[in-house]
Design a protein around this ligand. Structure first.
Ligand SMILES: [Zn+2]
Length: 194
């Protein structure tokens, strides 16, 4: 049974022993296989408030007491879903790469969306999404809100006419020169490299 109650999902999970974490990991992978289109699940989504989550994009991965120990300054926008909120899609902003430590993995695990393989982006986002769950954070809190383009002294950064920018609209994204992108911003596209 997957918890769909946002209030319950806002509680932080507590650390767990490796042996208990492994048992929870097996249950999570089982639940994830039963779920349609699921690529990750955190223990609190099935009512266990312990720090265990699983990700299954390229291969099944169990993370016990995971911690993000490094994160890139670069961020990117990604359309996300969640098994607890099957009817919602949120355009979130996530770190382009992260390094994770977990009690059941020796050494560090690196995830990066900066790759030609789209699965790398899914995996990188999914790990951030699941670790967030363990901290009581849902994807709604990571929503990318495009700020209106500010001109003049308040502008966070001046963008050159020939500078390449990334713009997104829904699940589409394009990289093009700012002078070409600017008129499209009035048409629902948003700048996504911030
Ligand atoms: Zn989720």
């Amino acid at each position: 049974m997957i918890i769909k109650d946002k209030m319950k999902l806002e509680e932080k999970c507590s650390p767990v022993s490796i042996s208990e974490g492994e048992e929870i990991g097996v249950r999570l992978l089982h639940e994830l296989r039963e779920a349609d289109n699921g690529i990750g699940l955190a223990a609190n989504q099935i009512g266990i408030n312990k720090r265990v989550c699983v990700v299954n994009v390229k291969e099944p991965l169990v993370l016990i007491n995971p911690k993000i120990v490094e994160k890139s300054k670069e961020k990117f926008v990604f359309p996300e879903g969640c098994l607890s909120f099957p009817n919602d899609k949120v355009k979130t902003i996530r770190h382009e790469s992260i390094v994770v430590e977990a009690d059941n993995h020796e050494g560090k695990l690196s995830f990066s969306a900066n790759s030609k393989n789209i699965d790398d982006a899914f995996e990188c986002v999914c790990v951030q999404h699941e670790i967030d769950h363990l901290d009581g954070i849902t994807m709604f809190e990571r929503e990318f809100k495009s700020e209106p383009l500010v001109r003049g002294i308040n502008a966070p950064k001046k963008i050159g006419r020939n500078e390449k920018v990334t713009i997104t609209k829904g699940t589409e994204s394009k990289v093009l020169k700012y002078k070409k992108a600017e008129p499209m911003l009035e048409d629902g596209w948003v700048l996504s490299n911030i």
